[in-house]
Design a protein around this ligand. Structure first.
Ligand code: TYM
Length: 394
C-alpha cells in the first residue's frame, strides 16, 4: 500500500497510513513532491507561465503554487496554438472557508489571462457517500447551490465556464465514467486512497467520477487545486492515454493553515479553525483576536526586545498567502513584525481589515450570483456544447 494518508470525510482513510506532509505538525512540501512524484515549480517555468500570461501573480512568485505535473506541456500546447482547458471543483459538504476559495481565485486569473474554458465540478455525490459526514443527499444538493454562488462570486467568465453538479449532470458523464471505471482496479484505488473492504462501493467508484471532467475536451486539462487532490490525477494519468485522451496536468497549491496554527487542517467540525465566506464582520474579528495563532512574544516588552516570528504567525501567513498581494508591503510587515516594532494585536488588526473588506465584496458579488446561476449551469453554455461535441459524440 502506498501510504499517502489521504483523508476522506475528515478521517484518515486507512489505518497505519502516514501523512508525509505532516512533519512536526507542519506540512513538508518538499517531501510531498518526492512522495507524490510531482515536479517542483521552478523559477524558469514560473517565468514562462508569467510571460505567456502577460502578468506576474503573487501566488506564483511566493511559491503558494509550488508543484506541478506537465505544466510545461500545457504551455507548449498553448504556444503552438492548441490551447488547453481548466478543471477544478468543490465537495459541497457545508459552507466554504477561505482555503477552499483560493484555487478558484487562481483559476479565474488563469482563465482571464489565457481565455480558456473552465469546468467546475460539485461533487454532491462524494459528500453524500462519505459516511463519516452523515450528510443527506438533500443537504449536499443544498450545499452545491450555496457553494456555486460563492464560486460564481469569484468572477468567472460566463461564456467560458461550466459549473455542474454530479447528481444532475451524471447522465452526460456516465458513459465516460464507466469507461474510466473499467480501467481502474480495486487494488489501485485501495492503494491510492486507502479504501478497505468496509468502504462503501459508491466511494470505490467515485474516483472515476472525479476523473471524468479531465476528459471533457480533447486538449490538455490543467487542474489548479491544493495538493490533496493529486491522487485522483495520478490514477487518471495511468489510464487517460489508453482512452485516447491526454494525461491530466496539475498545479498544486499549499494549504492555507488553520487559524489555530499549523497543526492539522481547517475543519468544519471545529469552526474556530477557519473563517467562512459567510462569516459576519463581528465573527471575523472575534475569531482572529481569539484564535489566530501568534508568533509573538508573551509580553509587549519582550516582543519589542526580541521581535516576533512571522513564519509561524498565522495572521502573517494568511496575509502572505492570500490577503496582501503587494510584495513591498508584505515585506515591510514581515520586517516590522520580526523586529518587534509591529505587535501581534496590530498585525491581527491588519488581517481583520483585509478579511472584512474581502468578504464584504465577496458577499455582495455572491448576492448578484443568484441571478447568474443558470447561465453557468444550464443550456446555451459554450463549454457544455464543446463537451457534447468532443466526448459525448464518440
Ligand atoms: P474540497 O471541497 O475539499 O476542496 C475544494 C478546493 O479547495 C482546496 N483546499 C485548500 N486550498 C488551500 N488551502 C486549504 N486549507 C485548502 N483546503 C482545501 C482543495 O484542494 C480543492 O481544490 N473532491 C474535491 C472536489 C473536486 C475537485 C475536483 C477539487 C472535484 N473535482 C477537481 C479540485 C479539482 C473536494 O472535496 O474538494
Amino acid at each position: 500500500m502506498i501510504s499517502w494518508g489521504i483523508y476522506f470525510g475528515g478521517e484518515r482513510a486507512a489505518e497505519g497510513s502516514v501523512t508525509p506532509w505532516e512533519v512536526e505538525g507542519r506540512v513538508d512540501y518538499d517531501r510531498l513532491i518526492e512522495e507524490f512524484g510531482t515536479q517542483k515549480f521552478d523559477r524558469s517555468l514560473i517565468e514562462r507561465l508569467e510571460r505567456l500570461a502577460g502578468e506576474s501573480h503573487y501566488m506564483l512568485r511566493r511559491g503558494i503554487f509550488f508543484s506541478h505535473r506537465d505544466l510545461d506541456k500545457v504551455l507548449e500546447d498553448y504556444e503552438k496554438g492548441g490551447g488547453f482547458f481548466l478543471y477544478t471543483g468543490r465537495g459541497p459538504s457545508g459552507p466554504m472557508h477561505i482555503g477552499h476559495i483560493i484555487p478558484f481565485y487562481f483559476t479565474k486569473w488563469l482563465q482571464e489571462r489565457f481565455k480558456v474554458n473552465v469546468y467546475i465540478q460539485l461533487t454532491d455525490d462524494e459528500k453524500f457517500l462519505e459516511k463519516k459526514r452523515r450528510l443527506s443527499l438533500m443537504e449536499t444538493k443544498k450545499w452545491s447551490y450555496e457553494n456555486a454562488l460563492d464560486i460564481i462570486a469569484v468572477g468567472f467568465d460566463p461564456d467560458r465556464t461550466f459549473i455542474f453538479q454530479d447528481t444532475e449532470y451524471m447522465g452526460h458523464m456516465y458513459e465516460a465514467a464507466i469507461k474510466v471505471a473499467k480501467k481502474v482496479n480495486f487494488s489501485t484505488v485501495r492503494a491510492v486512497f486507502g479504501f478497505n473492504t468496509s468502504t462503501n462501493i459508491g466511494m470505490i467508484f467515485f474516483p472515476a467520477v472525479q476523473i471524468v471532467p479531465t476528459l471533457f475536451e480533447r486538449r490538455r486539462c490543467l487542474i489548479p487545486a491544493a495538493i490533496d487532490q493529486d491522487p485522483y490525477w495520478r490514477v487518471q494519468r495511468d489510464i487517460a492515454e489508453g482512452l485516447g485522451f491526454y494525461k491530466a496536468a496539475a498545479i498544486h497549491s499549499k494549504f492555507i493553515p488553520p487559524l489555530t496554527g499549523f497543526q492539522g487542517k481547517m475543519s468544519s467540525s471545529r469552526p474556530e479553525t477557519a473563517i467562512y465566506l459567510n462569516d459576519p464582520p463581528k465573527t471575523i474579528k472575534e475569531k482572529i483576536y481569539k484564535y489566530a495563532f501568534s508568533g509573538g512574544q508573551p509580553t509587549v516588552e519582550l516582543h519589542r526586545k526580541l521581535g516576533g516570528n512571522p513564519d509561524i504567525d498565522v495572521s502573517f501567513q494568511w496575509l502572505y498567502m492570500f490577503f496582501e498581494p503587494d510584495d513591498a508591503r508584505i515585506e515591510e510587515i514581515r520586517e516590522a513584525y520580526r523586529s518587534g516594532s509591529l505587535l501581534t494585536g496590530e498585525l491581527k488588526d491588519m488581517l481583520i481589515e483585509k478579511v472584512e473588506k474581502f468578504l464584504e465584496e465577496h458577499q455582495s458579488r455572491r448576492d448578484e450570483a443568484k441571478e447568474l446561476i443558470n447561465t453557468f449551469k444550464y443550456d446555451g453554455n459554450l463549454a457544455r456544447r464543446m463537451w457534447r461535441e468532443t466526448v459525448a459524440s464518440d
